[in-house]
Design a protein. Sequence first.
Length: 341
Amino acid sequence: MAAIDLDETGWLLDEDDGEPLAEHDLARYFTERLAPPAWATDLIVYVHGWQTPPDSASRAAGRLQEYAEHLVTVPGRYPRLTQEGYRPWTLAVRWPSSSRLSRSGYERIRDRAHAMGARSGTGHAAHVIGRLLGYLDAERPDPTDAPVLANRDGQYLHLVGHSFGCRLLCEAVQWAAEASLGDTLSWNLAGQQPSRPFTADSMLLFQMAAPLDAFGTLFPSLLPEKETATGTPRDGAPLRGPIVSTFSRYDRANGFWHLQAEGERGIGHSGMAPVPLAPSRIRMRPTGQPYPYGSLDHRFVSVDASDFYVRGKRLNPAGSHSDHLRSESAHLLLSLADWSR
């Protein structure tokens, strides 16, 4: 597992001295510090959320990976992963997200996440993370180059966010420059294919701290390719697979603090709004119950995790906002990885 640190503007800090890297040093730094290991089958980029110090962010990413590595050993549960192997390499993206557990603290980090991810002005996170994803995509063997559909070689890329980290991740994906890309052999998604310089096989957003209609207002580029009103094709998201977002009615950060700050509950409490596309709405499943392909093969999937994300609802002012570090979450991640094959 590896980690990188961003400052309050979203710029990458040098691991050695904690100073911001020069623009021309990004590629060198990625190559020297973040080259995907050849043994890895799946690359996981994890961006944490509110109230998460750097060490806690790395531990959170590590716990999710440990749950997954334990579950994947159960015979017959993830047949494609069993056949092809599952050896994950996780990269934690860490950023300053700590504040008081209060409305003002919530608003402060919300505003910081927005400013860091903004593609105009002083925010750099979208640029840096976008460059990072492009680097990882360029360095990994491409699974779509495999000659046989049932035996795709290469490394799969999965994006995982939590809370405000989901916003940073979505901004980074939107930032991608336009480029052509060949067809993929995995997800169908109604025949929609992206035309961007890099692609991810799945995006999993835990308890996203954003407005219910965020994918119609803040992140319109995450829509699949489609014809515009003028008849001119537009570029779709650099995603081969679905955008999956969890929510729980016990998430007080998204239910109470988001309501106080923005006048409505957030995605992590109530799920995605049907704007611009109606999401597939499903319930989170226990680890012994598989996810059918049809339940996940949609551009947007809204997963009700209220049966599992419950801890902290009485004593913790954020409720179950950070209750995603559990085996059921890893089961969802592994199911996405399994169906990516």
